[in-house]
Design a binder for this molecule. Structure first.
Ligand code: 13P
Length: 288
């Protein structure tokens, strides 16, 4: 019997490692994630942002992930990442996503609680997990190499531990996205994490914690965050996007090949390498 997403998150939290949640918008990226998970016998979450979901198609993505899971007998799950509305959550819910992240961080607290609570009721009725947040993470999943991480941190609202505890208690979310200096994207230098704040969030919040912005953080800081915050899920996108683009540009310069299936293997390998490195840092190798 395959473990459920909840069982894997519980195991991760108890044993002090994290499951990687890797964004995918196309079959090549998905293949790279799955190949890394298979090689290292690691559980993984495949996830899609709003734009990525529209590009691939929610039902297509769910079907492909489930096909890989059965074919390889690996705990591979599918998460709807940063869903901005109840309408989009419904698309994920109907398509069969197993984890749903509702991003109500820009809403007034009470409205966020009300909507998240409603989503939790619908999702739990189907045995699905919900992730929520009360803040806004700065940056975007792209290279911002001319900018300092501090500039993205300035547009991040850092999580208040008491408010986070109140939100989790009132909504019943399974996972809480904590912001303590982590930002989307890669910058001139790695962001400095506020691990004291993370420690307080961990003490107050009684659900799984996720860390977004898994690209561009120093490996030792990631390990420390997993330890201090018992972080169970880490989201990664930018480093994979950059590897994809760089490998593709490099390949296209070398060849006039037009068969896509001949062009893409080195691109898949480049993205796979990023995913493998993350799996090793997150400590999920061999946990499948
Ligand atoms: P990065 O793009 O910084 O890896 O963050 C991804 C993420 O947090 C998706 O939710």
């Amino acid at each position: 019997m395959q473990k459920s997403a909840r069982e894997v998150l519980e195991q991760a939290q108890n044993e002090g490692w994290a499951i990687g949640a890797f964004n995918a918008a196309n079959i090549e990226t998905l293949r790279a994630i799955v190949a890394a998970a298979s090689k290292l016998r690691s559980p993984v979450i495949v996830e899609s942002s709003s734009g990525e979901t529209k590009f691939f198609g929610a039902e297509n993505l769910v079907d492909v992930v489930k096909n890989f899971r059965e074919e390889l007998n690996l705990p591979i799950f599918i998460n709807l990442d940063h869903s901005p509305s109840e309408e989009e959550i419904k698309v994920g819910l109907d398509a069969g996503y197993e984890l749903l992240h509702f991003d109500g961080g820009k809403l007034p607290f009470e409205e966020n609680v009300e909507k998240t609570k409603r989503i939790v009721e619908q999702a739990h009725a189907k045995g699905l997990l919900v992730e929520g947040e009360i803040d806004h993470i700065g940056g975007s999943s792209a290279p911002h190499l001319g900018e300092s991480a501090e500039s993205a941190q300035k547009s991040t609202t850092y999580t208040d531990p008491d408010k986070a505890a109140e939100f989790c208690k009132e909504t019943g979310v399974d996972t809480f996205a904590a912001f303590f200096g982590n930002v989307h994207g890669v910058y001139k230098e790695p962001p400095k994490l506020d691990l004291e704040r993370l420690k307080k969030i961990r003490e107050k919040v009684d659900c799984f914690l996720s860390m977004h912005g898994g690209s561009g953080i120093k490996d030792e800081d990631v390990r420390e965050a997993i330890k201090v915050g018992r972080i169970a899920k880490i989201n990664v996108n930018t480093e994979m996007r950059v590897a994809f683009r760089e490998a593709l540009e490099h390949d296209l310069k070398k060849t006039d090949e037009v068969a896509i299936y001949k062009i893409m293997p080195p691109v898949i390998e480049a993205v796979q390498k990023v995913v493998e490195e993350k799996i090793k840092v997150f400590g999920s190798e061999g946990k499948a």
